[in-house]
Ligand binder design. Structure first.
Ligand code: SAH
Length: 501
């Protein structure tokens, strides 16, 4: 018999998962999840974990509650640990209590991992503290889903109406006219501020503030739908002053990242932290070589090399893998000078204890060559560990300048296997605001996966590219970049996106 973990997955922002929840998802044999729990979390699960979707969207239950209970119990009885993910907190309108009772009845051990509930988080992200000494002494979590034709209501509307409590309604959008009506009937001032927050804490978040009297009409006009939290009370008046999330420059804007998955995380996480909805569509896959004999020989011959020039983070990573593989370490570079083309490559070297002797201010071959010449590279032996296929400009110009250049392939890049249908659907729904291209190969591979003609049907989508070489490749496919930074770096590209979207 294994344990079942009833886990709160938070309201949507993946950063609002607890550390305990993450630990348990990482180790579970079976992950059972709901509609509202963020799908990103499934990426934490073990590769061999069984992943089961039991969610509900509105009234459409994929699996009825009793079947969910049976499923969880039978998995636990098979000796499998179960991570049962639920949106928000499992015990706040999540039927977690019922699941726990069933587990007890079946003799299955369980634990609860509380989560960040939407009723607190969505208002917080919309600039509304659910309590504040100037406005209220309590907060009430209320279901807005109760059938209004039910004879014996579980609600005591008079009490809600007469208290000065902040009222937080879950599942209440459909019944909003009834909710507002009952509260006014019970004596709450019709001018009481009311806020709605839809898809709180996610890049799609939207909010609106109105009053008890007008909220139903306003919500209908703005087509405010589920899932939304409704907040009633004076604290809603703080929305304008305390809003922060909705001020993020890229909030809700769909941006496609085409870099290799291994390299995408920096760009993706920066865009996400600015509020963007990131679509990762890796066009390149970075692969090790089949045979590393040549690299091994080169490493053993490092004593005869004067300059090591790294042109990419992957070059550093794969070079070091082989260094480690043959039992060597950073000291093997002892007598050498090292250049890093670009700040990310330089950081990758520093992480390995190597302070680069030269990092060009700008990555244009001329500048790199000039910088290296200043440092006496003419007549010296230069080794460039890099991708098997890459631009030859740097090695050629260094050779022309009198260096003895050797290119050493340490990894290769291939066209990623990628199904474009989800991206095409997002384009067609108007969800994409910009595409980002960070190298010529991302452009070439992108159009190998998604026809240029398809993209041409969406002139509203902005094309962002990192520099002139990539821009030229885009030109070959008939596109001119709308956004291009002066500096050819990822931070500069992000800044240009922020300004250009
Ligand atoms: N256990 C969950 C609530 C489940 S009930 C929790 O603790 O948050 C489902 C309702 O929660 C939805 O109808 C909606 O009212 C609210 N909800 C859940 N996630 C939300 C979000 N990101 N933004 C706004 N409301 C949300």
């Amino acid at each position: 018999m294994s344990t079942v973990y009833l886990i709160g997955a938070g309201p949507g922002d993946p950063g609002l998962l607890t550390i305990r929840a993450k630990e348990l998802i990482e180790t579970a044999d079976v992950v059972v999840y709901d509609y509202l729990a963020n799908k990103d979390f499934l990426g934490y699960a073990r590769k061999d974990a069984e992943i089961i979707y039991v969610g509900k969207k509105g009234g459409d239950h994929t699996l009825p509650q009793d079947k969910i209970n049976e499923l969880i119990i039978s998995k636990a009885k098979e000796g499998k640990s179960v991570a049962r993910l639920k949106g928000g907190d499992p015990y706040v309108f999540g039927r977690g209590g019922e699941e726990a009772e069933e587990l007890v009845a079946a003799g299955v051990p369980f634990e609860v991992v509380p989560g960040v509930t939407a009723g607190v988080a969505a208002p917080a992200y919309a600039g509304i503290p659910v309590t504040h000494r100037d406005f209220t002494t309590s907060v009430c979590f209320i279901t807005g889903h109760e059938d209004p034709t039910k004879e014996e209501s579980g609600h005591n509307w008079e009490v809600y109406a007469k208290s000065n409590s902040t009222l937080v309604f879950y599942m209440g959008v459909k019944n909003l006219p009834m909710i507002a009506g009952k509260l006014m009937e019970g004596g709450r001032d019709k001018n009481t501020p009311v806020a709605l927050v839809r898809w709180g804490t996610r890049s799609e978040q939207q909010s609106m503030v109105s009053t008890l009297e007008h909220v139903a009409g306003d919500a209908e006009k703005r087509q405010f739908a589920a899932p939304s939290i409704i907040i009633v009370g004076g604290v809603c008046g703080l929305h304008d002053k305390l809003a922060w999330f909705e001020k993020k420059p890229l909030l809700g804007k769909g941006i496609v990242v085409t870099r290799a998955r291994e390299q995408a995380s920096g760009l993706s996480s920066t865009l996400k932290s600015l509020g963007a909805h990131v679509y990762e569509f890796p066009t390149i896959s970075v692969e090790p070589l089949d045979d590393y004999a040549e690299v091994e020989q080169a490493i053993l011959g490092l004593a005869t090399v004067d300059w090591l020039v790294f042109t990419s983070v992957n070059g550093v990573k794969h070079f070091w893998n082989q260094l480690t593989e043959i039992g060597l370490d950073t000291r093997a570079l002892g007598g050498l000078s090292v250049a890093a083309i670009g700040p990310a490559t330089a950081d990758e070297l520093r992480a390995r204890g190597v302070a680069p002797d030269f990092v060009p201010a700008k990555y244009v071959a001329e500048e790199v060559v000039a910088g290296l010449l200043e440092r006496g590279v003419a007549g010296k032996r230069v080794l460039i560990p890099r991708a098997r296929v890459a631009r030859e400009v740097l090695p050629e110009q260094l050779a022309k300048a009198g260096a003895e250049v050797r290119v050493l392939p340490v990894y290769e890049t291939r066209l990623a296997q990628q199904d474009p249908s989800e991206l095409i659907a997002a384009l067609e729904k108007g969800r994409i605001r910009a595409l980002t291209f960070t190298s010529s190969s991302t452009v070439e591979n992108f159009f190998a996966l998604l026809p240029a003609e398809t993209l041409k049907q969406h002139p509203e989508v902005k094309i962002a590219c990192i520099g002139p070489v990539t821009a030229k490749t885009l030109g070959r496919f008939g596109f001119t970049p709308d956004i291009q930074p002066a500096d050819y770096t990822i931070p500069a590209l992000v800044e240009a996106l922020t300004k250009g979207l």
